[in-house]
Design a protein around this ligand. Structure first.
Ligand code: ATP
Ligand code: LTN
Length: 325
């Protein structure tokens, strides 16, 4: 199977990004043909600092490697290094009704959040994402739940194109994790954990042990003291149980049994230990990678070369079908 996914270089990764996306990627790379992208052209659709963009790109590349992506088993590259992405996005835009873009939840949310910065790129964001996916004839797109709608739109775009111009694109499937498709903020368990929204509600992938401790101890819990999974009545504890389960490999049922009658504080202290132990190797690996800039740039350049070959072949076919050659 061909697998494609990407993350925007907009800041430090958090455990929501890891559990929703990267953890699946690491497993998928063993048995599939995987392509993972740093989507810098998507990152500039929301307010950003140009002088920090290159640093964010490098940091995300380091995060991918530190979390376990293996450049010998997958293609890693930066979106803007493969020009075919923007060309295909333009072509797909000429056959996508504006209404379909305007009704995307992410567009509506970002519009509300940055009313001063509602640019055409933000509206066209899903076209570029569809182009990322379709250029590589992708079978599977492993993402968190918030991105499901974009993948569904991508399928619709592929179907419409194939119907009008003849079979050109594969229709990709979204792949959501069985649990952890939406990790919630520690400060507001009704909102998703987000790297640009609230840093206090996020545990970063490379967070210092001391900070992990502070943030978990300060995490919002619910009335009562029972450790029970019930997302409606106990969203705070249910979110922490999900996180605990995914990082420890124990089922939620098992954890409910283990912590029966033991209260929130004891549960949180145990979760802190689990998180610190799991994330420590990532921190160590990142430290080593920080000193290897040339090596990382070389991985990204090689990745872009390989990606370009696939992208060029799809784009040439698209241009032909649309009457451009
Ligand atoms: P931003 O705050 O910049 O919008 P983000 O934290 O929402 O960023 P993205 O770069 O949009 O993260 O997402 C990268 C990947 O992580 C996507 O596959 C997305 O679905 C997944 N993801 C993001 N947040 C969560 C979350 N809270 N739970 C599960 N998966 C998530
Ligand atoms: N929109 C996604 C990032 C993204 C992506 C993609 C994910 C851009 N292109 C292609 C999967 C496949 C997000 O997480 N915000």
């Amino acid at each position: 199977m061909r697998v494609f996914s990407g993350i925007r270089p907009t800041g430090e990764l958090h455990i929501g990004n890891y559990l929703g996306a990267i953890k699946q990627w690491i497993e998928l790379q063993e048995k599939n043909e995987c392509i993972f992208c740093i989507v810098d052209l998507h990152a500039i659709t929301t307010p950003y600092q140009p002088e920090r963009l290159q640093e964010n790109i490098m940091n995300l590349a380091i995060a991918y490697l530190a979390a376990g992506l293996n450049p010998e088993r997958c293609i890693l590259f930066v979106q803007s290094q493969v020009k075919e992405h923007t060309e295909l996005a333009w072509l797909l835009g000429t056959m996508t009704p504006i209404g379909e873009l305007q009704r995307m939840t992410q567009f509506k949310e970002k519009k509300k959040k940055h009313p001063e910065y509602v640019n055409a790129g933000l509206l066209n964001y899903p076209l570029l994402m569809a182009s990322d996916i379709l250029l590589y004839q992708t079978d599977l797109v492993p993402v968190g739940k918030d991105q499901k709608q974009h993948v569904e739109l991508t399928r619709e775009i592929a179907r419409r194109f194939n119907k009008r111009f003849g079979k050109t694109f594969k229709e990709p499937e979204v792949l959501l994790p069985k649990i952890g498709e939406k990790i919630m903020s520690l400060q507001n368990p009704k909102k998703k954990m987000s790297k640009t929204d609230d840093p206090q509600g996020c545990i970063e992938l490379f967070e210092k042990p001391e900070e992990i401790k502070n943030k978990i101890m300060a995490a919002v819990t619910d009335p009562g003291r029972e450790i029970k999974y019930d997302p409606k009545k106990k969203p705070g504890i249910s979110n922490l149980l999900t996180i605990y389960s995914l990082f420890s490999g124990k089922s939620i049922k098992e954890l409910e049994g283990d912590f029966k009658g033991r209260g929130y504080e004891e549960f949180k202290k145990s979760l802190i230990k689990v998180l610190i132990n799991y994330l420590e190797p990532f921190r160590q690996k990142r430290k080593r990678l920080l000193k290897r800039e040339t090596f990382i740039k070389e991985i990204l350049n090689q990745g872009a070369k390989k990606a370009r070959l696939i992208a060029q072949s799809t784009l040439e076919n698209v241009r032909k079908k649309m009457g451009l050659i």
